[in-house]
Design a protein around this ligand. Structure first.
Ligand code: SAM
Length: 284
């Protein structure tokens, strides 16, 4: 049974209809109405599962008017299931604003999790999954795009991008320029569909391949993070280096060996540390 007056964020398949969960079917069947990004797409899904339900469109360009409408129905006690065209609503999809408005107005929101292209691609990429960032779509606005890309120059975590096929070439070329030819990438295409494909390669190879070939289908790009920056050398003052050399000499190293090791760890010159060590030994 669904809770009255609650919003249910329902994940739908990213290709294979077999991925709609039994709980999603139940939620869509029991909700009073369904808020859908594209009512025609959702109608096909509902027909496939034999579900009949009133639909209300909720997408980028009507969310300002339809958001408050949905909110007022929720406050009257109706139950709404929110779906997007594919995958999880609110992940590079309208829905984010509605969930935020519900949270602000104290309207309960529940999730019925389903597939999302980003995490599915990450899992297949063969790249490190321990830490990752979701970058969504790169902007077509030159200034925003440049700022976004510049911010990723030293990013060490695996990065996930969404991209439309007709913009793939430009994105691969921009990423290659920014991160270099050798950086690894997994191009995850048409996931869960008949032509599902994962190509694990480098940015140089991928950019070259698509210079001559028209990209087709839906893509997620998973890009390796930058190699971790080397540990900064600990810089020691001369006094600290001499103290270290004294300690090492106390452990049985000759003054020359102790000075050499202290110089290596401090970044100071060996002769300088040796002379200071000898002076300190003469004094003491
Ligand atoms: N909300 C969706 C989700 O949870 O993944 C994402 C919607 S976003 C508007 C659409 C983008 O997701 C596409 O341009 C593509 O980058 C990616 N995408 C969606 N389905 C995909 C699939 N089956 N295979 C590869 N990428 C997919």
């Amino acid at each position: 049974m669904l809770e009255q007056g609650a919003l249910y964020v329902v994940g739908t398949p990213i290709g294979n209809l077999g991925d709609l969960s039994p709980r999603a079917v139940e939620t869509l069947s029991q909700a009073d109405f369904i808020a859908a990004e594209d009512t025609r797409v959702t109608l096909r899904l509902l027909n496939h599962f034999g579900i009949k339900k009133p639909l209300l469109s909720y997408f980028e360009h009507n969310k300002q008017e339809h958001g408050p409408l949905i909110l007022s129905r929720l406050k009257e006690g109706q139950t709404c299931a929110l779906v997007s065209d594919a995958g999880m609503p609110a992940i590079s999809d309208p829905g984010e604003t509605l969930v935020a408005a519900c949270a602000q107005e104290g309207v309960p929101v529940y999730v019925v999790p389903g597939p999302t292209a980003a995490v599915s691609a990450l899992a297949l990429s063969g790249l490190p999954t321990g830490r990752f960032t979701f970058e969504g779509f790169l902007s077509v606005n030159k200034r925003h795009r440049k700022a976004h890309l510049e911010g990723l120059r030293g990013e060490e975590r695996t990065m996930i991008f969404y991209e439309a096929p007709h913009k793939l070439r430009k994105t691969l070329s921009d990423l290659e320029k920014l991160l270099g030819k050798e950086r690894r990438i997994a191009l995850c295409r048409e996931l869960t569909k008949v032509h599902e494909e994962v190509w694990r390669t480098t940015l140089g190879e991928a950019a070259a391949h698509y210079r001559d070939k028209e990209p087709r289908g839906e893509f997620v790009l998973v890009v390796e993070g930058a190699a971790p920056a080397p540990e900064p050398q600990e810089s020691l003052s001369l006094e600290e280096a001499v103290a270290l050399a004294q300690e090492l000499a106390g452990q049985g190293l000759s003054p020359s060996e102790a000075a050499k090791e202290a110089a290596r760890q401090s970044g100071l010159r060996r002769g300088e540390v040796y002379a200071a060590l000898i002076r300190s030994q003469e004094k003491g």
